[in-house]
Design a protein around this ligand. Sequence first.
Ligand code: NAP
Ligand code: MN
Length: 263
Amino acid sequence: MKYALLDRGDRLSRALSEEFHSLAKAKGFQVDDQSPEIVVSIGGDGTLLQAFHRFEDQLEQVSFIGIHTGHLGFYADWKKDELSELLHLMATSEPRKVQYPLLHVEITSREGKSKYLALNEFTLKSVDSTLVSAVHINDEPFEMFRGDGIVISTPTGSTGYNKSLGGAVIHPSLEALQIAEIASINNRIYRTLGSSVILPKHHHCDIVPNLDDELFIGIDHQVLQMSGVTSITCKVADCKITFARHRPFPFWNRVREAFIGSV
Ligand code: NAP
Ligand code: MN
């Protein structure tokens, strides 16, 4: 089996990746950074976001496995002392392949169109002023947003930034996107719904900012600065990310362990 490995770069993650390589070599696995079947991420959820973007053009061939070296992760669900168990299972059994929805983001600006995939979310903020944007759902005007920003997340991203904004946690078997507000200003002119909104796969939303505004556009952990943006379309992507699950770890158990602890 061909695999690629990314680690967070800290001492523990590096040591674990050395250990992973030597255990994998003993099982006859080969490192292939160009066209791997398995992408292993050692670090945190942020490391898996980086791994996802490195291989986002190969999602049909690649399955991801995350090992965490900090606290429990949402994407990284193997612990640092479980490497030999994981490698044993990788060598001897077929994993269950679990697929999670992604977000498709298309930005139209004076320069043309650009497309992005997000595993967690798309974030829109204004660089030096309050963000003012019209929000359309399915080509109908929905609301006029004024405030700090808008976050549009995937189901697995719903436990990230979205959750800090009071958004709902969505099970990743639901193909949906969620629009959450960051500190909206509400008055007679600018009125937003106030609660987060969840759209199904066959819906889309468009955000129309002020053309002259300098914007921060966040795709997961990466932030771009853009101006001259005429519209941003978000919808559930046609492709998905695949995780190789060598043992079950139900989503609600992950949510409980990360946010509630033992009951
Ligand atoms: P970071 O600053 O290390 O991330 C913030 C925290 O979010 C970290 O604890 C990270 O876990 C965790 N996280 C990432 N994806 C998650 C998910 N799907 N569910 C639950 N927790 C998640 O930056 P980063 O590691 O590059 O991650 C970028 C992500 O941070 C963004 O996609 C966004 O979701 C999140 N974020 C949150 C806030 C907020 O809550 N106010 C603000 C900005 C960004 P690890 O420590 O395991 O990496
Ligand atoms: Mn992080």
